[in-house]
Design a binder for this molecule. Sequence first.
Ligand code: GDP
Length: 375
Amino acid sequence: MSKTPSFDKDRDYIGFATLPEQVHRKSVKRGFEFTLMVVGESGLGKSTLINSLFLGDLYKNRQMPNVEERIEKTTKVEKKTMDIEERGVRLRLTVVDTPGFGDAINCEDSWRVCTQYIDEQFRQYFTDESGLNRRNIQDNRVHCCLYFVPPWGHSLRQMDLDLIRRLHRKVNIVLVIGKADCLNKQEVRKLKERILQDLEDNHIQLYQFPECDSDEDEDFKQQDRELKASIPFAVVGSNTILEVAGKKVRGRQYPWGVVNVEDPEHSDFIKLRTFLISTHMQDLKDTTQDVHYENFRAQCISQISQHALRERGKLKRDSISSTNGFDAAISETDRLLLQKDEEIRRMQDMLTQMQEKLKQTHLMEMKKNDSVIDV
Ligand code: GDP
């Protein structure tokens, strides 16, 4: 594809073939934003995995609560942001952690904190979108939730189901079996099968991989099949670089050998990284926008219109009742006026009668006087 159109050489060249380049240039200039929520009880290797995935140290100043603190502890939301640049492409990654999740004896509020946070971000985006400065909205919506399942259970626990059930229509949930080096291959397979069965039995739908386009090359299709088949990803994390057979690897050293985090035979770490960063990051963002945010937006709009309808109904009722009141007030005044009219008429009658009486008396007096004179 030639970058500058040559009008003399190629008369058929219109120029729209540069559109992908234009989009690419604009996106690179703007940079990308991605928000990942990490949920799971403490000690499951969440921070280690995030650091391993993004080659950073997001949890330098972390302080672990002691047992007493944990008993009463409520789930909090902690947000950490890092700017990463790779080959000129900038990514602003926000990791939303939920320390305290599942730590307290009463885990009721654990899921509430997560759902509230997700809703708040949607609400903020909805407000910003309806505002004046729509071009520069910061997108803090949660694009993906990595939910950590412990390797020591037989399947999902009630608290896992409780949370997933409440979140699966709000966010793209990706299940991860933490510390998978505790399990052998067969155990990993069994746990994955049981988890998938539990999800199906409870009608829970996690993030759905999009169908691979038929015109994609065979390698990509194969990779897509492998990614889909690995769900839920069984991962191992490590922040230690070890030397194995002259090669530096990210791994965990045990007395019996080394777990190489990036070896597909040891864990699904590379598959998770490929999925999350290289192949499906944009689709996670698109699904957030087109499915989860649209759901939220539709609910908001329906609530707003219902509220407006209620208000209009109330206004109408108020105006009708005030008109009725006016009528009532008028008829009351009329009634009073009629009463007064009646009173005035009666008094006028009385006055006329009295005048008549006075006149009669006067006449009689006169007649009397006349007769006296006559006598
Ligand atoms: P978080 O509380 O969920 O963030 O867990 P951390 O990442 O702080 O890990 C808790 C402990 O588990 C630390 O001692 C880690 O070194 C260890 N750890 C982390 N990832 C793994 C893993 O994949 N396998 C094993 N066996 N231990 C791990």
